[in-house]
Design a binder for this molecule. Structure first.
Ligand code: MN
Length: 134
């Protein structure tokens, strides 16, 4: 066994995220494993762009309150302890609520030539605010 070093936390790129989001890698692909695990911290109002994952993604909330939304308008409100699965190819976004931080573990599998994520358009303020109502 091996105690792994703590990885540096990186600010998530503006090209794929809105607002302040910080990513700490926990597990990166290392053959033969394809497992990728990251701790992702969203400040209030921050969110991913729309995107999908080639072989799906499991989100497990460790702190705060957040949202996961898909293209048909389904909104899942999640809080610490909750786990959400997004199936392969399903376009979605996730982030903190307008008034709360949200930290989640993101668990997914690489595809051999990357992490299998297809990044799309940013989530507009209108769509984000709409998902926060109710
Ligand atoms: Mn995702």
């Amino acid at each position: 066994m091996e105690l792994k070093p703590v990885n540096n936390t990186m600010k998530a790129p503006e090209s794929n995220f809105t607002g302040d989001v910080y990513v700490t890698p926990i597990k990166q692909t290392e053959e033969p494993s394809r497992l990728i695990v990251s701790l992702v911290r969203f400040t209030p109002g921050a969110r991913t762009n729309w995107h999908s994952h080639a072989v799906g993604q499991t989100l497990h909330v460790t702190e705060g309150r957040g949202l996961v939304v898909n293209r048909d308008g389904t909104v899942i409100r999640m809080r610490h302890g909750d786990t959400v699965w997004t199936p392969p190819g399903e376009e979605h976004w996730h982030g903190g609520t307008a008034e709360n931080f949200m930290c989640h573990l993101a668990v997914l599998e690489g595809t051999g030539d990357g992490d299998g994520t297809t990044w799309l358009d940013p989530v507009s303020d209108k769509d984000y605010n709409g998902a926060n109502v109710g």
